[in-house]
Write a protein that binds this ligand. Structure first.
Ligand code: NAI
Length: 463
C-alpha cells in the first residue's frame, strides 16, 4: 500500500481496531500495527471473549448438575472434560479474531505485524519498516498488574490469561483480588468443582459498585460456595510439594495466616501498557500510573499523536475503548465524535449477573445530590418465577427534583442485557416516569425495570 498513511493505529484491541475500521469507513488510508499473531487484543484473545465462553459452558454444567432435575429433565450427573472445554473456548476466540481480520481486509486496512515504535512525528517503526503517517493513535491497552514477590508462571500462579487455560479443575483456587476478573474466573472454576477463596484488600468486593448491590451480591456468592477473606492482603506465595502456601495478613497489619491452594489467581487490576512504544523519544507525557495523558479529545501533548482505551485514564472496559476509538476516528476524518462518560455500563458476567450504569448512592451522597430510589425484586417478576431465576433486584436512582435517572443497578439473570434499557433512557436524559409509562412485553425480566421505575415516585403494581 502506498504511503503515507492518514492514520497508523498502534494496537488492534477493541479501541484500536474500531478506530481503524471507522477511520477507513470514513475514507482515510489506515494501517494498524499489532505484535500478536492474532487481532483483537486482550479482549478477544485472553479477556472478554474467552472468559465468556468458559462462563457460559460452566453455567450450563452447573445447571445440568443442579437445576435440570427440578424441571423434570433427568440426566446422569454431568462430567467435565477440561480439554474439550478449553477447545470450545479457543474456537470462540478464533471465530472472533478471524472476524476482525476479515473486517480489516474488507475495509482495506493494512495489518502491519510487529511491535510499533514511534520514532518521530508521523513515523512509526515496525521491524525494518518505517511507516509515514499524518496521525498516530496509541491503542496499546493494558497488562496484568503484578504483586511484588509473587511470580506469575501461568501454571499454578496464574493471571487471568493462565486461568483461561488450566489443564484441570484445581481442588483449591485462591484468588487475590475481589474485582471483576476474580469473581468471573472464580465462578468458572468454582462451578466446575474448585473450592474458591478470595483474598481482597478492601473491606468489600467490587470497589466502586453500589454498596447495596455489593452486599447482596456477596451474600449470593457465599451461598454459591465462595469464601471471602476481606480486608486482607497476600504477602507471600510459596511452592511446596503438596501445593501452594499463601501467607495472608490483615490489610491494616497483624498476624499472618497461611492458606493452602493448588492454583493462585492474581487479579489485582491492570496497568497501562506502553512497553517499547518510544514515548520518551517523542516526548509523549504519561501520568503517575504510566497512562498516556490526553485532553478531552484524545490528543496527547504531541501534535498528531492521540490515544484511546485502557492506555489512557478511565474505566478499563472494552466498550469504553471502542467508543473512544470511533469518536477519535470521526474527529480525524473531519466529523464530530464524542463519548458520554456518564453513561458507560459495567457488567460482571457471573450468575446472576451484576450490571450498573451511572451514579451509585454513595457517589450521590458524597456529591450532596438529593435523589429518590425505586427498587423491584425479581422474586415478584412473573418470568423470573417461571424460570426460577428470582435472585436479585433492579434499583433505579433518580434526581429528587427533576426525576432524571442518575443511576441504575441490577443484580439478576440477564442483568447485562437489561442494563442497556437504562443506558438508552439515560442517554436521552430520561426520567423514571418515562420508563414507568412505557409498555413492556409480558412476561419478561425487563418488566422489573418498569416496576422499579414505578417504585421511584409511586408504587409498583406487583408488590
Ligand atoms: P479490579 O480493579 O476490578 O479489581 C482488583 C481488586 O483487587 C480490587 O478489589 C482491589 O481492591 C484488589 N486488590 C488490589 N491489590 C490487592 C492485594 N495486594 N491483595 C488483595 N486484593 C488486592 O481488577 P481486575 O479484576 O484484575 O480486572 C482488571 C480490569 O479488567 C478491571 O479494570 C476490570 O474492569 C476489567 N475487566 C472487566 C470485565 C468486565 O467488564 N466484565 C471482566 C474482566 C476484567
Amino acid at each position: 500500500m502506498a504511503e503515507p498513511f492518514d492514520l497508523v493505529v498502534i494496537g488492534a484491541g477493541p479501541g484500536g481496531y474500531e478506530c481503524a475500521i471507522k477511520a477507513a469507513q470514513l475514507g482515510l488510508k489506515v494501517a494498524c500495527v499489532e505484535k500478536n499473531e492474532t487481532l483483537g487484543g486482550t479482549c478477544l484473545n485472553v479477556g472478554c471473549i474467552p472468559s465468556k465462553a468458559l462462563l457460559h459452558a460452566s453455567e450450563l454444567f452447573d445447571e445440568a448438575g443442579h437445576a435440570f432435575a427440578g424441571m423434570g429433565i433427568e440426566i446422569p450427573a454431568p462430567k467435565i472434560n477440561v480439554k474439550q472445554l478449553i477447545a470450545f473456548k479457543d474456537e470462540a476466540v478464533e471465530g472472533n479474531t478471524k472476524g476482525i481480520e476479515f473486517l480489516f481486509k474488507k475495509n482495506k486496512i493494512e495489518w502491519v505485524k510487529g511491535l510499533g515504535e514511534i520514532v518521530g512525528t508521523g513515523k512509526v517503526k515496525v521491524g525494518e519498516r518505517v511507516l509515514e503517517t499524518k496521525n498516530i493513535v496509541i491503542a496499546t491497552g493494558s497488562d496484568v498488574a503484578k504483586l511484588p514477590g509473587i511470580e506469575i508462571d501461568e501454571k499454578t500462579i496464574v493471571s487471568s490469561t493462565g486461568a483461561l487455560t488450566l489443564a484441570k479443575v484445581p481442588e483449591r483456587l485462591l484468588v487475590i483480588g475481589g474485582g471483576v476478573i476474580g469473581l468471573e474466573l472464580g465462578s468458572v472454576w468454582g462451578r466446575l468443582g474448585a473450592k474458591v477463596q478470595v483474598v481482597e484488600f478492601l473491606d468489600a468486593i467490587l470497589p466502586g459498585m453500589d454498596g447495596e448491590v455489593v452486599k447482596n451480591f456477596t451474600r449470593i456468592l457465599k451461598k454459591q460456595g465462595f469464601d471471602f477473606k476481606l480486608g486482607s492482603k497476600v504477602t507471600k506465595v510459596e511452592k511446596t510439594k503438596t501445593g501452594l502456601k499463601v501467607s495472608v495478613e490483615p490489610a491494616k497489619g497483624g498476624d499472618t495466616t497461611v492458606l493452602e491452594a493448588d492454583v493462585v489467581l492474581v487479579a489485582v487490576g491492570r496497568t497501562a501498557y506502553t512497553g517499547g512504544l518510544g514515548l520518551e523519544t517523542v516526548g509523549v507525557a504519561t501520568d503517575k500510573r504510566g497512562r498516556v495523558v490526553t485532553d478531552g479529545s484524545f490528543k496527547t501533548n504531541v501534535d498528531g499523536i492521540y490515544a484511546v482505551g485502557d492506555v489512557i485514564a478511565g474505566p478499563m472496559l472494552a466498550h469504553k475503548a471502542m467508543e473512544e476509538g470511533v469518536a477519535l476516528a470521526e474527529r480525524l476524518a473531519g466529523h464530530y465524535g464524542a463519548v458520554n462518560y456518564d453513561v458507560i455500563p459495567g457488567v460482571v458476567y457471573t450468575a446472576p449477573e451484576v450490571a450498573s450504569v451511572g451514579k451509585t448512592e454513595e457517589q450521590l451522597k458524597e456529591a450532596g445530590v438529593e435523589y429518590n430510589v425505586g427498587k423491584f425484586p425479581f422474586t415478584a417478576n412473573g418470568r423470573a418465577k417461571a424460570n426460577k431465576t428470582t435472585e436479585g433486584f433492579v434499583k433505579i436512582i433518580a434526581d429528587k427534583t427533576t426525576d432524571r435517572i442518575l443511576g441504575v443497578h441490577i443484580i439478576g439473570a440477564n442483568a447485562g442485557e437489561l442494563i442497556q434499557e437504562a443506558v438508552v433512557a439515560m442517554e436521552f436524559a430520561g426520567s423514571s416516569e418515562d420508563i414507568a409509562r412505557m409498555c413492556f412485553a409480558h412476561p419478561t425480566l425487563s418488566e422489573a425495570v418498569k416496576e422499579a421505575a414505578l417504585a421511584v415516585t409511586g408504587l409498583p403494581i406487583h408488590m
